[in-house]
Write a protein that binds this ligand. Structure first.
Ligand SMILES: *Cc1c(COP(=O)(O)O)cnc(C)c1O
Length: 408
């Protein structure tokens, strides 16, 4: 029997249907969004919210973006999917435009972050296989996040994400983040290492940036030993930190980077960028994806790339990032504010144990601001890159009001 729901249902009915039908994986916030415009979202009760979350650092162009809408609608009318068995103009144009001035010479399109990470791991291993070198180990950092598929979750250096899913794939090792000596020791003691994969800011772990010395040092260690250096830019890429890719702040040249989240401005799309030498390790048939690089996703990503590179969006992020840092700085006076950190429009407020981040997120939501609880007691701030200074000021004032009225 099919029940087609065409009548208008209430928020309570929506919640009931969700709890009855959907996998119970998420602790959802008590809100059901209907639509958005620019950096503002609207719910079923007609409340509005300024978004400092962007659907987990995804909606870089905000909501109802005219160019993004137009590109997707036009492409939908022409061709949504045809598979990678054929050429499409929109895919080749996206790659040409995104690769330009990056130092990478090839890219591969996938549908999500985890898929990009999977492909990066496979590529790194294939690279050494092609050279008949017995190297397969992938080194990642403790407290990292690389996705939820089996290999990506194994690369994720957090036991809580591994629990219950054994046996995990072999060939992964972990090293403490921002500890160059530990990485040096590991690299010197293990000749099976194929790649080191790091985030330049650990986003899911509460926005913890790599120190300059660490990332540059880790890169140099890898280069000296012929180990591939992978930067997972899924959260930090596509302008989020004020540069096209986060690694550009460090003056390094990774062999592979992974992209997703902001890349499609909300359309599911991920990518792998690699140097020629590394990319050519993948031969026809070695890897693939039915949906990866489909024209619809490519049309969306093309708009994002164009807005960042040719419409001033990237320059805007650095400016707004500095403004956000300045506006948040006075909150340090509250004794339950432990640290404020980040890069560009990926920032965070870490709280002491006296005040729980989830409590602040809930209270801010009822005031009309969307924030996110990340890492250990941290508030993550990752607005659409089109956010305004006025909206940032509203956030800072609202946080100040809330903290001023918190009696701890
Ligand atoms: C979100 C994220 C992923 C996983 O991306 P999905 O699209 O959820 O698979 C991987 N790495 C980093 C750094 C991320 O932030």
């Amino acid at each position: 029997m099919y029940i087609i729901i065409v009548f208008v249902i209430t928020f309570n009915q929506i919640k009931e249907l969700d709890s009855k039908n959907y996998f119970t994986l998420f602790n959802r916030q008590n809100v059901c969004f209907t639509h958005g415009n620019k950096s503002v979202l609207f719910d079923t009760n007609k409340n509005s919210y300024i978004d400092f979350f962007s659907g987990i650092a995804v909606n870089c162009l905000g909501y109802n973006h005219p160019k993004l809408n137009k590109a997707i609608t036009n492409q939908a009318k022409k061709l949504i999917h045809c598979s990678n068995i054929f050429y499409t103009e929109v895919q080749v144009k996206l790659c040409e435009e995104l690769l330009k001035d990056t130092g990478f010479s090839r890219m591969l399109l996938v549908n999500s972050g985890a898929e990009a990470v999977e492909a990066a791991i496979k590529l790194a291993r294939k690279y050494f296989y092609e050279r008949s070198e017995k190297r397969h180990t992938i080194v990642t950092a403790y407290d990292s996040f690389h996705g939820r598929t089996l290999a990506a979750v194994t690369a994720t250096g957090q036991e809580k994400f591994h629990k219950g899913f054994a046996p995990l794939p072999e060939g992964f090792k972990y090293t403490p983040y921002n500890d160059l000596q530990a990485l040096k020791k590991l690299i010197n003691s293990d000749s099976s290492i194929a790649a080191v994969m790091l985030e330049c800011v650990q986003g899911e772990n509460g926005v913890k940036p790599a120190t300059f010395e660490y990332l540059v040092g880790a890169y140099a260690l890898c280069k000296a030993k012929g180990i591939l250096f992978i930067v997972d830019e899924i959260q930090t890429g596509m302008g989020r930190t004020g540069k096209m890719f986060g690694f550009e702040h460090f003056g390094i040249a990774p062999d592979i980077i992974t992209l997703a989240k902001g890349l499609g401005g909300g359309m599911p799309v991920g990518a792998l960028l690699a140097t020629e030498d590394v990319a050519k390790a993948f031969k026809p048939g070695d890897h693939g994806s039915t949906f990866g690089g489909n024209p619809l996703a490519c049309s969306a990503a093309s708009v994002v790339v164009n807005e960042l590179k040719h419409n001033g969006l990237l320059d805007r992020v650095s400016d707004l990032g500095t403004f956000l840092t300045e506006k948040l700085a006075p909150l340090k006076k509250y004794k339950f504010v432990k640290d404020i950190r980040g890069m560009g429009l990926l920032q965070a407020i870490e709280l002491t144990d006296d005040l729980k981040n989830v409590e602040v997120v809930g209270k801010m939501l009822s005031k009309g601001f969307i924030l996110n609880a990340a890492g250990s007691n941290t508030l993550r701030i990752a607005p659409p890159l089109i956010i305004t200074k006025q909206e940032i000021t509203l956030l800072a004032n609202a946080l100040n009001d809330l903290f001023a009225n918190t009696n701890i």
